[in-house]
Write a protein that binds this ligand. Structure first.
Ligand code: ZN
Ligand code: FE
Length: 257
């Protein structure tokens, strides 16, 4: 399974999963159809699955057109998003499994950004390979999604599930927000040398107009304030000793940043 990323809209990423042996592909969160159709044509691959993480238009906007071009395509999304995702046929819950190209993806129910949000995790197929996490707008590189339909406590539960995955897991998130996220992170965790180093790398990558995605979970655990609600430095920065309150205060500050 090869994963590639397509920039879409102003700052979205669409992910194309490709199996060259069977000439099939799947797409995660098609914000729009056109770039996906062009990539499928270039690959000579047939689209067999659309994996949606949540119902926001910038993640499902291409569903209808892709279904017209590939009438047999399976459309997957969270069970709690029933009625909100165009063409949805498969309703996934915590612990559900999806299949693509001989790989089995595990589904996590991760409400907080929206009430129906799910994430897809494909564990490594062979030794030495990395797992792939498609987390939509739940976990970003250096940040997390806004709480449109959830509470800090829900989001901490959701992010806790993702934080348990192996450090070398590749994190494919839905937006190029990394630089701005890390700018915020520096205001609350500025003495963190891993964060300082990561910010420099990201700034350079963006200057060259490169994507900062995928990130790796190991890096995120060290630099992302929204995975660090139990770290004393961050608790001190928001004057709390409670993990959920720490997270909530950080999220509130980021909303104003
Ligand atoms: Zn969203
Ligand atoms: Fe989004």
């Amino acid at each position: 399974m090869q994963v590639s990323l397509l920039p879409a809209l102003s700052d979205n990423y669409i992910f194309v999963l490709h199996d060259p042996d069977q000439n099939i592909a799947a797409v995660v969160d098609p914000a729009e159809a056109a770039p996906v159709l062009r990539r499928l044509e270039a690959l000579g691959a047939k689209l067999v699955a659309i994996f949606n993480t949540h119902h926001h238009m910038d993640h499902i906007g291409g569903n209808k057109e892709l279904m017209q071009s590939y009438p047999g395509v399976g459309v997957y999304g969270g069970a709690a998003d029933r009625g909100r995702i165009d063409g949805q046929q498969v309703f996934l819950e915590e612990g559900s499994r999806v299949e693509f190209a001989g790989r089995t993806g595990e589904v996590f129910f991760v409400p907080g950004h929206t009430s129906g949000h799910i994430a897809y995790y494909f564990p490594p197929a062979t030794e030495g390979e990395s797992g792939e996490l498609f987390c939509g707008d739940t976990l970003f590189a250096g940040g997390c999604g806004r709480l449109f339909e959830g509470t800090p406590s829900q989001m901490v539960d959701s992010l806790s599930k993702l934080r348990e995955l192996p450090d070398d897991t590749r994190v494919w998130c839905g937006h190029e927000y990394t630089q701005k996220n890390l700018q915020f992170a520096l205001t609350v965790d500025g003495d963190n040398p891993d964060l300082q180093r990561r910010f420099t790398e990201v700034k350079e990558a963006r200057r060259r107009l490169e994507a900062t995605i995928p990130s790796h979970l190991g890096i995120e655990k060290r630099v992302n304030p929204f995975l660090r609600w139990d770290v004393p430095e961050l608790q001190a920065a928001v004057k709390s000793k409670d993990p959920v309150q720490t997270f909530g205060r950080l999220r509130g500050m980021k909303d104003q940043f």
